[in-house]
Design a protein around this ligand. Sequence first.
Ligand SMILES: [Zn+2]
Length: 397
Amino acid sequence: MSENSFYENLLSLPDLKVDSIEHLPSKLVIHCHLSVKTGQCPVCQQKTTSINQYTERVLQDLTIVGKQVYLKIRIPQFECQNCHRYFSYELPFADANKSYTYRQSKWIFELCSQQPFTEVAALVNLSNKTVEHLYYEHVSKRLQVKERFKNVRQLGIDELSHRKGKGDYCCVLTDLERGTHLDILPDRKKETIIAYFNDLGAGICQQIQVVSCDIWDSYILASRQCFPNAEITLDHFHIVKALNESLDAVRKSLRKAYQTHQEFKNIKWLLFKQAQNCTEEQTHLLNLAFEKSPTLHQFYIQRNRFHTIYQCATDAENMTHLLNDWIEQATKLEHPKTNKFIKTLQNWMTNIASYANTFATNAVTEGLNNLIRRIKRISFGMPNFEHLRLRVLAKNI
Ligand SMILES: [Zn+2]
């Protein structure tokens, strides 16, 4: 087999014939022509064999044994005999105005999901801008938002701070059953969420059976409006976090009031830990603190009781009953922080108690949000929202 036909077979591109190969230290330049003899006019669809001239295109193709591959292709420009227009033959393996083949572009895209654009750019000998553009164009083309929502029954709504310290949050939508990102919205306003789901259509909205979200009015109000068949559950993790914050507020005030007392030092994490997971020594430390402050002990007991409700409630009705009972006890603590928490419970009782029916949590979302944080790290913060969105969604297109 001649060298030309060897490379022709290796490249396997339609109509491409290899004329010669230039072996340079870091690259291969493969000179080629096309075997096509006729062209079809894009305007009048007439076929023609009249060639006006040849033009040359250089396309980067997949690397071969570490050498960058450039195809120098002679492309015929036809003249239509009917309407006298000139037109170039369109290659079936590359975009008309791109300097690389489709398969090279797919490879660059795959590299980009593993490493920063700058590294990929250096690797494939293109500019950062070109690589970045190629990547986002690839994702936008393949992203089919409606398709992502097909068969989604359990929806997670959570937020993620987009730029740290700037207070701008974006809203992350996840499929709780499959553990995948569905989409990211630029903010967490009620109107944004409603407009988004209106756009997706009634079919998708009606198939949602369970929504799990954070204690955030917009999420709950938007969900009530958008998903007529869904049971909306406030995420367990966020509720317990709010309760732990009130327990911690008590600890902080004790630390402040009794600065010389060792008992209130270094117990923050012990207070948050589940009682049954504490070692003997840890339990002892907690008991010393409780002896000094019966109030703290009371808070601790109530927090643990609250945990038990989540574990034992048999259905939403039973959970509502247990929570109301809990509120009655906790009200006696008469602490402003606890009162605030109680108010939250009362406001959203139905959506909190629905946990015992749905068992829905945003745990999956939290894990996926770590993925977003990782993407932001390799992309040096990534200030552009749309780019962040595309990078995250590219993970499963
Ligand atoms: Zn024509």
